[in-house]
Design a protein. Structure first.
Length: 327
């Protein structure tokens, strides 16, 4: 296995339903990444199709956006670039599965022609979009094992731990987050649309918001812990700017196995951040060493239904307070 991997992660503002525009932006970033000799490049969740507007669409309109992976026109534009530039490239789209279901999916194109697709485990974007039921791990030409978790997948600690236990050293974490309206009193709250619209006239104001409690501040409450506790690198990509009636905060960043930030941005614009991943940090990282102290016999409760579990949509949008835990 190589001891270093050059990685980059992107934030950009997609256009709803405009695949050609979104792919064109992505192709520009891929060319820039190639010039920087990037080996793995990550784009945000559903960046090809657009994201938050889909909740207003009919099932038929979702179907019009969806693509079967095997002959996806969008991936047909990305896969050759992966091979040409010897680069792993991760992109988000809506998949039409062979089972007829639609999925919030993330496809990682490898330079050897390999393709690995993760279906979001906790999909809530639209009632016609199904949740996936398996973890996604794969080996790369550089001898580095990678995993994928999409947005809310990362908020459930069990998912990241399972991905680490399955051998991931690098986690691709595509998102569309920041500035969402959480019902939790101290959770995320919206970024005023006016701040985004006036970002050129008042750049300090939008930067302060992106770095604040409803952007970077929220990420800092949990994202470094996922990296630290599991001893893995995280490539966090995100949307930025207006997304239907919300404002995504970008904050693209790369974290090391100690939860330290190697590279980040809070720019209110399309942006790519780059870092060299020192893979030799993993074996002696705190989280990776602590994993060896696990006592699996104690953790049966993690797989036992408690009776209050909900599907992703009702868990995400229910107005009911969470039920008291425990027996």
């Amino acid at each position: 296995m190589t001891t270093s991997l050059r990685a980059a992660t992107v934030q950009f503002q997609h256009r709803a339903n405009d695949k050609n525009y979104n792919l064109s932006v992505m192709e520009g970033f891929i060319a820039r990444a190639a010039a920087e000799q990037i080996q793995v490049l990550t784009f945000p969740e559903m960046c090809i199709t657009g994201y938050w507007h889909v909740r207003h669409l009919s099932a038929g309109e979702i179907g019009a956006l969806a693509e079967p992976i095997a002959d996806s026109p969008s991936l047909a534009r990305i896969r050759p670039l992966s091979e040409r530039y010897n680069m792993a490239i991760g992109v988000g789209l809506i998949e039409l599965g062979e089972d007829g279901n639609y999925y919030n999916a993330y496809a990682v194109c490898l330079p050897d022609g390999g393709l690995h697709v993760h279906r979001k485990l906790h999909a809530f974007e639209h009632e016609a979009i199904a949740s996936g039921d398996s973890f996604t791990l794969f080996d790369t030409p550089w001898g580095v094992r990678m995993g994928v978790l999409i947005c809310w997948d990362n908020n459930l600690v069990e998912n990241v731990r399972a991905t680490a236990l399955l051998g991931a050293d690098v986690l691709l974490a595509p998102h569309q987050t920041g500035g969402t309206h959480s019902r939790s009193p101290h959770g995320m709250k919206p970024i005023p649309l006016a701040l985004w619209q006036q970002r050129k006239e008042h750049p300090a104001a939008i930067e302060e918001a992106f770095r604040g409690e409803h952007g970077r501040g929220w990420l800092m409450r949990w994202l470094p812990a996922r990296a630290h506790d599991n001893g893995l690198f995280i490539l966090f990509s995100n949307g930025v700017g207006r997304d239907d009636d919300e404002v995504r905060t970008g904050n693209a960043m790369i974290l090391d196995p100690y939860g330290r930030i190697l590279a980040e941005t809070w720019a209110a614009e399309d942006k790519m951040v780059i870092a060299d991943l020192d893979l030799s940090l993993i074996p002696l990282s705190t989280g990776r060493r602590w994993i060896h102290g696990r006592r699996p016999a104690l953790y049966g409760i993690l797989t036992e239904p408690q009776g209050y579990e909900r599907d992703a949509r009702s868990a995400r949008f229910s107005s009911q307070p969470a039920q008291k835990l425990g027996k």
